[in-house]
Structure formats: C-alpha cells, structure tokens
Design a protein around this ligand. Structure first.
Ligand code: PLP
Length: 401
C-alpha cells in the first residue's frame, strides 16, 4: 500500500488513458491567430473561440497599452471595496447600450457570471428548468443555488411545456434557462418559442449568449436580437472571452437585477476585478463591433464555405448552424485519433469526448474565424478529406466527387 493519500489519482488517470481520454495541454507558442504555432508545429488553427480575430486586433492592443499606461497593471481590489475603476463603469454602460438593456454587470469570466447570477437569483424554494445540453457553468450555478433542477430535452419546446406544467404551483420562482448557441454542436436555441411558452407560465427567462455575442444578431447583439426578443428575456449572459477577444463575462438586464447582483453575486463580491488592460481592450472591442460590419460578414462567409466543404466530403456535422462545426467521429479514441492525425497534417482541431459530449458522439470541433483565408480553409478541407478517408469516417462518395 502506498502511503500517499492522493495515490487514487494515479488510478483515475490510468483509467482515462485506457479510455483514450487523457490529454496533455497543447501549448500555444505565438499569438492566438488563424495560423500559429502549437507544440512547435505551425498549424491552421480551428480550435479557438476567437470568432472575429480580435485577440490580435491592433485597436484592442493599442487600447490595452493605453489602459496600462494610464491606470497600471492591476485593479488591487474587489469591485465592492476599492476595485471599481471608471473604466469598469464605462464598459458596463457600453454593454448595456449594446444589448438594449437598462444595465449590465461585468464578472471575471463567463463562468463566474453564470454561476454568480443563477446561484444568487434563485434559492432552495425555486425551480430551474434547464436545456439538457446547457453549459457546465450554468449547471454549477444551478447546483450552487440549491434550487430544484429540472431538465428539458435539447431544444424541445414541447418537453419544456411539459416540465413547466408539472412544476407549476409547486415552487416559489421558476427560471427557464438555455444557451443561445450550444457550444459543442453549434446549433441555435429556438428562443422565440421558448420565450412564448415560458411567458405563459410567468417564468423568469435567462439566455447564455457566450457563443452568440459578436456572432449573431444586428452587429453581434446575440440571439435575443436575432429573434427580435428585446425586453422579453430577463437575464442575458455574455462573455468577453470569445468573440470579444479578451477575458470576462457579463450579465445584462434590468437596473434592479444588476443592483441585486452587486449585493449578492458571490464571484462579484469576493474576487478581484479586471485589470485595466482587459477592460480597456474590451471597451475597444464593443466599439469595433459597431464600426466594422465586415468582421461578422467575413465570419459568416467563412462559416458557410467551410461547413459546406465538410458536408460535401460526407462528414457528419451534427446539424450545426453557426461557426462552431463539429465533425462526429464516434468513440473518444477515434475522435482523438482524428484530431492527432489532423495535427500532423498541420490542422489543429481539438478532440472532444466524454464528459463534455456523450461517448458515442465524440468529435473534433472546428471553429472558423473572420480572419481565416480561403487558402487556409481549402488546406484544412484537404487534410480532413485525407484523414477522414484514412480513418474510414468518409467513404467512396467523397472519392467520386
Ligand atoms: C465559454 C462559455 C462560458 C464561459 O465563458 P468564459 O468567459 O470562458 O468563462 C459560459 N457559457 C457558455 C455557453 C460558454 O460556451
């Protein structure tokens, strides 16, 4: 017997290795860009959430430099003590105007925004009705709230109505919550129908637009804008970490919601606020979204082109409708093999398996950005064709093309 009380971790790790799920972290040795270097290899990068290429945009970099010069490297406190800088207020005003809400509140990440808002707005006498494929940070927020958690089938409004009927009258408050765009399949929530049904039951409605902000709706305002639902979704969550190209999350909604969160949301209360460079860059990003429509146009051009290419090759892209395009491989081992072989061919598309997705739906997930060139996308499609044939994921149909 080992006398290391943590020895059981080795057994758990061995088990992951056995199931093909053990991964070492790929190390980015340059900028987060469409072509860059990971683990010493130059690759076309299809794995980031950098939808608009803003991580390296000159305007954001200049804004970050300027913020550091003026305000320093760190904020030195949580927001509720001494760490609310004028820049934080400016960013929140920008976000509220962008989302057409009364107010907005920035959190350290999208994860803490979800966990903070759900766990503080709901309590143990309440019920949360959640799409079965909602993001992990929503699930953790639900658990932290100690509310009853009820799940409806993915995107299934009939099932949502069933759960609303079954829970009606039994709880103090009801929250219906969905991702706007689902992060693993790239499909879009039927938000107009969800809102319609939730309103009939007088439920609170919350949407997590982490993958929709900067991607969908007018100038990237997200799914609420895309479906014309301004004023009908009570809590909108977004992230500054994906299309916005920086780091952070936010909640947009009524003034009362934001005032309440300032007093109750634990990540906001007990964790230090963003440093000036991050806030400065995020402000610049929101300005850019409204100044430069070509970013989103290029993103969607590339999305249509690459998705059509994968589908023409015969890959299963699982009904994706957005720049997130999964390529289903089957089990986790095959997905990791696909990812590894693509990497050898100069394409970085991360393999994803259980518990993030069901084992038999293991995949590589691709995300194109506004900054990929047609040549890069063509090279990627060639590599997918070569490796897909090699692994038997696509067949003669592709060859006969
Ligand atoms: C990425 C993501 C988050 C977390 O955002 P971070 O800013 O990276 O913490 C939350 N919700 C969804 C749906 C996401 O995809």
């Amino acid at each position: 017997m080992s006398d290391n009380p943590l020895a059981y971790l080795d057994a758990e790790l061995d088990d992951l290795k056995e199931r093909g799920l053990f991964r070492s972290l790929r190390v980015l040795e340059g900028r987060q860009a469409a072509e860059t270097t990971f683990d010493g290899k130059h690759v076309i990068n299809l794995s980031s959430n950098n939808y608009l290429g803003l991580t390296t945009h000159p305007k954001l970099i200049a804004a970050a430099h300027d913020a550091i010069d003026r305000y320093g490297a760190g904020s030195g406190s949580v927001r509720t003590i001494a760490g609310t800088m004028s820049q934080h207020m400016e960013l929140e005003a920008k976000i509220a105007a962008f989302k057409h809400t009364e107010a907005a509140l920035v959190f350290q990440s999208g994860f803490t925004a979800n966990a903070g808002v759900v766990s503080s707005v709901l309590g143990k006498e309440d019920v949360i009705i959640s799409d079965e494929l909602n993001h992990a940070s929503i699930i953790d927020g639900c658990r932290l709230s100690r509310a009853k958690i009820a799940v409806f089938k993915h995107k299934d409004v009939v099932d949502l109505r069933r759960v609303l009927s079954e829970t009606q009258g039994k709880y103090r408050h009801t929250l219906v919550i969905t991702d706007g765009v689902f992060s693993m399949d790239g499909d879009i929530a039927p938000l107009a129908d969800i809102v319609e049904v939730a309103e009939q039951f007088k439920a609170i409605i919350m949407v997590d637009d982490a993958h929709a902000s900067g991607v969908m709706g007018n100038q990237g305002r997200g799914t609420v804008d895309h479906f014309g639902l301004h004023g009908r979704v009570h809590i909108q969550v977004g992230t500054l970490s994906k299309a916005i190209g920086c780091l952070g999350g936010y909640v947009a909604g009524s003034r009362a919601l934001v005032d309440y969160l300032i007093h109750k949301a634990r990540p906001f209360l007990f964790s230090t606020s963003h440093p000036p460079a991050v806030t400065g860059a995020a402000i610049a990003a929101f300005e850019l979204l409204q100044e430069d429509p070509t970013l989103m146009e290029r993103l969607w051009d590339n999305t249509r082109y690459f998705k059509a290419g994968l589908e023409a090759l015969g890959f299963d892209t699982s009904g994706s409708e957005t720049p997130i395009t999964p390529v289903i491989a089957g089990d986790a081992k095959l997905a990791m093999q696909l990812s590894d072989r693509l990497f050898e061919e100069g394409i970085f598309a991360q393999g994803i398996g259980f518990p993030t997705v069901p084992n038999e739906k293991s995949r590589v997930r691709t995300i194109v950005t506004a900054t990929h060139t047609r040549e890069e996308l063509d090279l990627a499609l060639k590599a997918f064709e070569k490796v897909g044939l090699e692994l038997g994921l696509i067949g003669a149909k592709a060859l006969a093309r």
